[in-house]
Design a protein around this ligand. Structure first.
Ligand code: NZQ
Ligand code: ZN
Length: 390
């Protein structure tokens, strides 16, 4: 196990009805906030009214900025920064999914940054401060509710880039699984793929002697695999959604990566897909991850055998470990398909070939000529992975 420091400071307020406490939580930080949300799901579900009432009761003034799109856009972040500066706002409340939370984080760093916030996403600039944010999460997926990342798309050039700072972790996140019952089933499935991907980016490591985090990761994966079909059968299944929602946070709050080297290649490869084609991040991952696995498994066959046996319950073929590995990957693909996700680019309607361009953009984003720690990938490897995903 490698040395590590683990600190996750986000207060998680989990369970039924907790959204009504948002006003009193926010009032610990501010009396004037930006209320940030997406395309309207919170108005349809009635959550918006509850939030507004709770803020009013707590004497918190708010200015609203809705309209965050999935794969959040830089232009709205500029708008949010302007609003906050003009109105002396010092706290951002994000109500929605990963896109709303990431947009809120972009605004939070941008307000206090003396320059173009996009420079932070391209590593041209750096910062050490942000306004505090709080969240009410409405979809288990991105893990942004307790992560230090924000992923944003600049419309011009279709560039999807991220930042990572500990100080943009939300101060608090309210997770009520009841709020998930209005989700479209496809979004639930995309969220499941993203949660699983966050675990797998950490699971596939060459760091030896990491049994505890291996087993925690396997348990979290199994929890998602067992409960997602239940949720899809009945979106009002509170207990099943509760398992998935908490798994989504655990998957990305840093715990499962402690003491081990993480990879994150599949995310980098996927970001170019959702940047260009605007497909849901989770759907992109359901396509990229199996292709990445097929391309890299020979680097550490034992680890892939463990994954196949412990997570996908493949009977181990001792004489032919590769057969076990490939069966594990096939079962993962079957699972994704069974919940309605594409596992090939063609299944997502992507039939043109912009692989060279996407691979170059992925490489440019890291400003080196390769990435990946489980297996180092250069541009030609990334092109090959896109080809395997055709
Ligand atoms: O915009 P509204 O109307 O709210 O609708 C949203 C959106 O259309 C809808 N939705 C959310 N909760 C709902 C609901 N509809 C009905 N009922 C509800 N309860 O779902 C759609 C998708 O929302 P989005 O926020 O885009 O989903 P998700 O949470 O999957 O976030 C995806 C974004 O997060 C980034 C991704 O790249 C992507 O841009 N990621 C962020 C990470 C982070 N900050 O740590 C890590 C991840 O790896 C990921 O990259
Ligand atoms: Zn993700």
């Amino acid at each position: 196990m490698n040395n590590f420091t683990f600190q996750n400071t986000t207060k998680i307020i989990f369970g039924k009805g907790n959204e009504s406490t948002v006003g009193s939580e926010v009032s610990k930080y501010s009396k004037k906030v930006l209320l940030h949300y997406g395309g309207g799901s919170i108005k349809k579900s009635g959550l918006y009214d509850k939030v507004v009432n709770s803020l009013k009761e707590a004497g918190v003034e708010y200015i609203e900025l809705g309209g965050v799109k999935p794969n959040p856009r830089l232009s709205l972040i500029y708008e949010g920064i302007d609003l906050c500066r003009k109105n002396d706002i010092d706290f951002i409340l994000a109500v929605g999914g990963g896109s709303v939370i990431d947009s809120a984080k972009g605004i939070a760093v941008g307000v206090l940054y003396d320059g173009d916030v996009w420079d932070l996403y391209t590593r041209k600039g750096s910062t050490e401060k942000a306004l505090p944010i709080g969240t009410i999460l409405t979809i288990p997926a991105a893990g942004s509710e307790s992560s230090g990342s924000s992923v944003v798309t600049k419309e011009e050039g279709q560039l999807k880039r991220d930042i990572g700072y500990d100080f943009i972790k939300p101060q608090f996140s309210i997770l009520n699984p009841e709020l998930c019952s209005t989700l479209p089933p496809y979004q639930v499935a995309c969220g499941a793929a993203d949660i699983m991907a966050h675990i797998m980016e950490r699971y596939f490591t060459n760091t030896p002697n990491v049994e505890l985090t291996d087993r925690l990761s396997e348990a979290t994966l199994l929890t998602v695999i067992n409960n997602i079909p239940r949720v899809l059968e009945d979106l009002n299944d509170y207990d099943a959604f509760a398992e998935v929602m908490w798994a989504g946070t655990i998957a990305h709050n840093g715990l499962l990566g402690t003491g081990r080297q993480e990879d994150w290649s599949s995310h980098k490869i996927e970001h170019e897909l959702s940047g260009i084609y605007d497909i849901a991040h989770g759907a992109g991952l359901a396509i990229v991850f199996p292709a990445w696995m097929k391309y890299v498994y020979k680097t550490n066959v034992d680890r892939f055998v463990q994954f196949a046996v412990r997570v996908w319950k493949v009977e181990q073929d001792f004489a032919n470990p590769e057969k076990t590995v490939l069966e594990g990957i096939a079962r993962m693909e079957d699972f994704f398909r069974s919940i309605g996700l594409p596992v090939r680019l063609s299944e997502a309607g992507i039939t043109d070939d912009r692989f060279e361009e996407m691979a170059q953009k992925a490489i440019d984003a890291v400003e080196e000529d390769s990435f990946g720690s489980f297996r180092e990938l250069k541009k030609e490897d990334i092109v090959n992975i896109y080809k395997l995903a055709k």
